[in-house]
Design a protein around this ligand. Structure first.
Ligand code: ADP
Ligand code: TRP
Length: 367
């Protein structure tokens, strides 16, 4: 589908920069007319949703069901700001070539899976370096105690990451991501909730010190989204080496799926679907009827895990097949992808600049 369509982003760039007299949280530069979602009428009623994902390895089906699918849905009903957290990835990736590759791969994954730059603002964090200036300014209203209480720093050190300043200050950068775009709703996994609380604390402190400046963001934790298990039954995670990548090659996918952990029940034994990892994964892709049908077959006995895994493999392949084709088309048009990312960064900057100007004015850097 993508291959046949003219690969072009439809941005109406009026040259004027007249600002509407709207409150800071709802102001939109008139030249940024990127989608029906971003019109001045809609902007008054639609919430601004922002989230980011780190390009620190290949994205997996845990990332897809736990984050990306939700984000792609948000673009239909909200003002979606979605970015590739490249500065954050520096806390765990120290190979420049790898980071370069991962940034493009995440962009290809998101675009192939349906993120539409016409309906959202999609950019690479480091293409809008204004966020680092805001990070520094915010660092001066961030108490050490607040950062010392963040559990993810301690968890990451325990997992072997270097105890560097970037890792310690990571929640301030995340706060700057959120506040620079005056974001209201921040969909995150449970592990990131504390960081959004930090953003609220820092926003409160800044607003108190310098006067009302930032919108108060709220974390959005979707409790319906179960933690997706990896092939070993633990939480699927890049750091546990137990992932099934979204765009895994056929042979490798088969190998991964066939390696999914099970108990030692024989073919004829009755099985409990809810405690079976292949079934938990199958359910993500299946309709309610398909899931019920498989659960019944588990309980009846006569279904071997080998067969169950083959059915899971077919489900995963069929689900991602159309996205795979789109990803290939995009990968063959990298200039176009770069163009989209450049335009995304330009759009993001249109929103970031007025906030940063206001902050510079308030703290006294504008003289
Ligand atoms: P990883 O653990 O592989 O490093 P990240 O921590 O970068 O993944 O997570 C990126 C996003 O994907 C987050 O929003 C997170 O909540 C979601 N996510 C990651 N793994 C899972 C999982 N196993 N189940 C559900 N959501 C997940
Ligand atoms: N720290 C998040 C993660 O590792 C990614 C991220 C960076 C983020 N900046 C953000 C998420 C701002 C939400 C809002 O998953």
């Amino acid at each position: 589908m993508f291959g046949n369509s003219p690969l072009k982003l439809d941005i109406d760039c009026k040259k004027t920069k007249t600002w509407e007299r709207l409150p800071i949280l709802t102001r939109i530069p008139s030249r940024v007319n990127i989608s029906p979602n971003f019109t001045q009428e809609n902007i008054m009623s639609k919430k601004r949703v922002l989230s980011g994902i780190q390009p620190s390895g290949s994205l997996h089906i845990g990332n897809y069901f736990g984050m990306m699918k939700q984000m792609i849905k948000y673009q239909e009903q909200s003002e979606l700001f979605c970015f590739i957290a490249s500065y954050h990835a520096l806390t765990s990736v120290s190979d420049g070539d790898r980071l370069r590759e991962d940034i493009i791969n995440v962009a290809l994954d998101f675009l192939a899976l349906g993120l539409d730059p016409k309906k959202s603002v999609f950019w690479v964090q480091s293409d809008v370096p204004e966020v680092t200036e805001l990070t520094w300014i915010l660092s001066n209203v961030t108490s050490m105690g607040l950062l010392e209480r963040c559990t993810s720093y301690k968890d990451k050190i325990a997992k072997g990451l270097s105890p560097v300043h970037g890792l310690f200050a990571y929640p301030v950068l995340m706060t700057a991501d959120i506040l620079l775009f005056q974001s209201e709703v921040i969909p995150v996994g449970k592990d990131q909730k504390q960081h959004v609380e930090v953003a609220r604390d820092i926003a409160t402190r800044f607003n108190h010190t310098y006067g009302e400046t930032f919108v108060m963001p709220k974390p959005q934790i979707n409790d319906d989204i179960a933690l997706i298990p990896g092939v070993d039954g633990q939480k699927m995670s890049k750091s546990y080496n137990n992932t099934i990548e979204i765009f895994c090659a056929d042979k490798a996918l088969k190998k991964k799926v066939m390696s999914v952990v099970t108990d030692s029940a024989g073919v004829e034994d009755k099985k409990d679907p809810d405690s079976s990892v292949p079934y938990q994964l199958y359910k993500l892709f299946a309709t309610a009827e398909q899931a019920q049908d498989l659960a019944d077959r588990y309980r009846a006995g006569g279904l071997g895990y080998g067969t169950a895994k083959k059915e899971l493999l077919a489900m995963i392949s069929d689900y991602f097949a159309p996205f795979k084709k789109k990803r290939e088309d995009l990968a063959n048009n990298l200039d176009y992808v770069h163009e989209l990312l450049n335009e995304g960064a330009e759009k993001a900057r249109e929103f970031a600049t007025p906030t940063l100007d206001k902050v510079r004015q308030k703290v006294g850097l504008k003289y």
